[in-house]
Ligand binder design. Structure first.
Ligand code: ATP
Ligand code: MG
Length: 597
């Protein structure tokens, strides 16, 4: 495979350091970030007051995904909030699948969600499924019918919309609203027995068609669906709606604080109405819940240049714009994991963005900084050359080799040392050479001198070009008296570049990712594919790595000095054919580009 595309924006290799590779200011920021692991926020205050005041014995939350896709970064926020709150306050948290839409849900999605929650580092108290409550939910629906609080309606979807009214006009009553209880009950049983077609009848709550809150204008509780359910099979052809299911599931599990995103604000009145009007047995309200569960809304967080909607992600996967749900360019949790994000970095990102009462848009740098901080402290350093240019040291004996003992981490001695082999031929990155460099280019050019990091100073004596004029090899001299960062005559060498010994190099494929979208809010577009960045993937299929990399544990993360942070690709890497992903660049090249204008 040839080099596919160029990286948009400034080349990531150009943001080199020439001085100390470690920056203590960023280390301190990292420490601050770590200390935010248990953030204080309004929900935490509410929950701890409820315990203090004796409303509940302890906090019991749940994370309730629908198994209709893979989890993304938005879900991580909800996971960290629900599990984190329970953990911090000594409570419990369930993982509950909100699985009441049979057409869209599957076992594959359910399994992947379990894996992602566990990968993020959380343990659920109970694993629950709304579909396990179908019998009970049906029973509660009958109870509402018997109390005259629910009725079977046959208005068409269009009529229903028309009867519902608008924000400024009240709705009007359905002609079926006063159907006698016995008739409602018989019809609902017939719905369950499969005697009606999809869309023919629904069960509605009888609340108030003039309510200023449209959610309270006789909302639908049950609809008919002839679809196979991935867990319940074909037992049911009527399925409860989200609003009916969610509050009852919460109550059945003894949930104390039901945390959801802002779009459910208007549904809270319905949540409470349903729980007030059904008879929950004492054993329905778990030990923690002396009182009914309380719904509390928080703002969604969406990351710029990414999608946080399972439905839109499915389109990208199904139409082949990305290579599956775990494509490293996606901010699905499986994609981030494959890209090299650690669970701690995602938890820290969630702590950093916090929990507020407003929706928020988060800049990409916040996520990238979270992983940089983690890897800066924890990734082993190594040398990797992505786009190699051969350098022959003409005054270095052909048969000679040596090695330099170097630290695996500049700040952390406990990470040990390694031997970096060196010989007559080395590879450097093509970006570190220019045929006609400007004055302030502190790397290699004809006649110029540069230091090979940890090694010798070299001077470019001769440039070999092919017929097309492309530089194919550099002939350099090395200064044998320039080891250990010094020169015998005290001359200063400004530029320091990374390199890999050609005789010892490991060949590898390295995948460098850029933003998948070139618009900040692709989710707002009707067709998200219009905003795809054509240069989101660059494959370096001839990369050269120092040999220690391949001896490492495949879970290991690396900082290729001056290049970025990398990990092995979990799908395609093989020891005989290494494949690595760039997790993140060393610095934010987009911010730099924007600043330059
Ligand atoms: P999607 O549109 O991707 O399906 P969803 O909200 O419908 O998202 P669910 O599986 O129903 O997905 O969500 C599980 C939980 O995660 C819900 O409580 C939901 O509010 C929360 N959640 C989803 N996306 C975000 C987000 N961007 N920010 C915060 N919380 C989110
Ligand atoms: Mg949903």
């Amino acid at each position: 495979m040839a080099l596919q595309t160029a990286v948009a924006g400034p080349s990531f290799l150009r943001d080199l350091y020439t001085a100390a590779p470690y920056n203590s200011a960023s280390f301190n920021r990292h420490q601050n970030l770590m200390s935010k692991a248990s953030p204080n926020h309004f929900i935490r205050s509410i929950a701890s007051n409820d315990i203090k005041n004796g409303k509940h014995e302890y906090v019991y939350t749940r994370f309730p995904p629908e198994p209709n896709g893979y989890l993304h970064l938005g879900h991580a926020k909800s996971i960290c909030l629900n599990f984190g709150l329970a953990k911090d306050l000594g409570g419990r948290c369930n993982l509950r699948f909100d699985d009441t839409n049979p057409e869209k849900e599957s076992d594959e999605y359910m399994q992947s969600i379990k894996d992602s929650v566990a990968w993020l580092g959380f343990e659920w108290d109970k694993l629950c499924y709304a579909s396990d409550y179908f019998d009970e939910l049906y029973g509660f629906a009958l109870e509402l019918i018997d109390k005259g609080l629910a009725y079977v309606d046959d208005l068409s979807a269009e009529q229903m919309r028309e009867y519902r009214g608008t924000l400024t006009e009240p709705g009007k009553n359905s002609p079926n609203r006063d159907r006698p209880v016995a008739e409602n009950r018989a019809l609902f049983e017939q719905m369950r027995d499969g005697e009606f077609a999809e869309g023919e009848l629904v069960l509605r709550a009888k609340i108030d068609m003039a309510s200023p809150n449209i959610s309270m204008r006789d909302p639908i509780l049950y609809r008919i669906r002839y679809a196979h359910h991935y867990r319940a099979g074909d037992k049911w052809c009527i399925y409860p709606m989200y609003d009916f299911t969610h509050c009852i599931s919460d109550a059945l599990e003894g949930i104390t604080h039901s945390l959801c995103t802002l779009e459910f604000q208007d549904n809270r009145a319905l949540y409470d109405w349903i729980l007030e009007n059904i008879t929950l047995q004492k054993n329905h309200i778990g030990e923690a819940g002396k009182a009914m569960p309380r719904q509390i809304e928080f703002g969604r967080s969406n990351l710029e240049y990414t999608l946080a909607s399972k439905r839109k992600l499915i389109q990208l996967v199904n139409e082949g714009h990305v290579n599956g749900w775990d494509d490293p360019r996606l901010t699905t949790l499986v994609g981030l994991r494959r890209r090299g994000y650690t669970p701690a970095s995602i938890r820290n990102f969630c702590a950093e963005i916090g929990v507020t009462k407003k929706d928020s848009v988060i800049e990409m740098t916040v996520l990238e900084n979270a992983i940089r901080h983690d890897l800066e402290a924890n990734a082993k350093r190594a040398f990797g050359v992505l786009d190699p240019l051969k350098v022959v040291l003409t005054n270095y004996a052909a048969e000679q080799t040596e090695s330099f003992v170097v630290r695996n981490h500049p700040k952390d001695e406990s990470m040990g040392t390694r031997e970096l082999p060196f010989g007559r031929e080395v590879y450097i990155d093509r970006d570190d050479f220019m045929l006609d460099p400007p004055e302030d280019f502190f790397r290699l050019g004809p006649g110029r001198e540069v230091r090979l990091r940890y090694g010798y100073a070299i001077r470019c004596e001769d440039v070999i070009q092919d017929d097309a004029g492309e530089v194919v090899e550099l002939r350099c001299s090395y200064d044998p008296l320039s080891a250990q960062g010094k020169t015998a005559d005290g001359r200063k060498i400004k530029g320091i570049i990374h390199w890999v010994s050609a005789a010892h190099a490991i060949d590898a494929e390295v995948r460098v990712y850029d933003r998948l979208f070139n618009q900040a809010n692709p989710g707002a577009l009707d067709d998200v594919t219009e905003a795809l960045n054509p240069n989101s993937l660059t494959v370096f299929d001839n990369a050269k790595l120092e040999p220690s990399v391949i001896e490492a544990d495949p879970q290991q993360h690396f900082q290729f000095e001056r290049v970025g942070y990398f990990c092995f690709d979990s799908q395609d890497h093989q020891p005989a054919k290494p494949v690595l992903n760039r997790t993140v660049s060393l610095r934010d090249s987009w911010a730099k580009a924007a600043a330059k204008g």
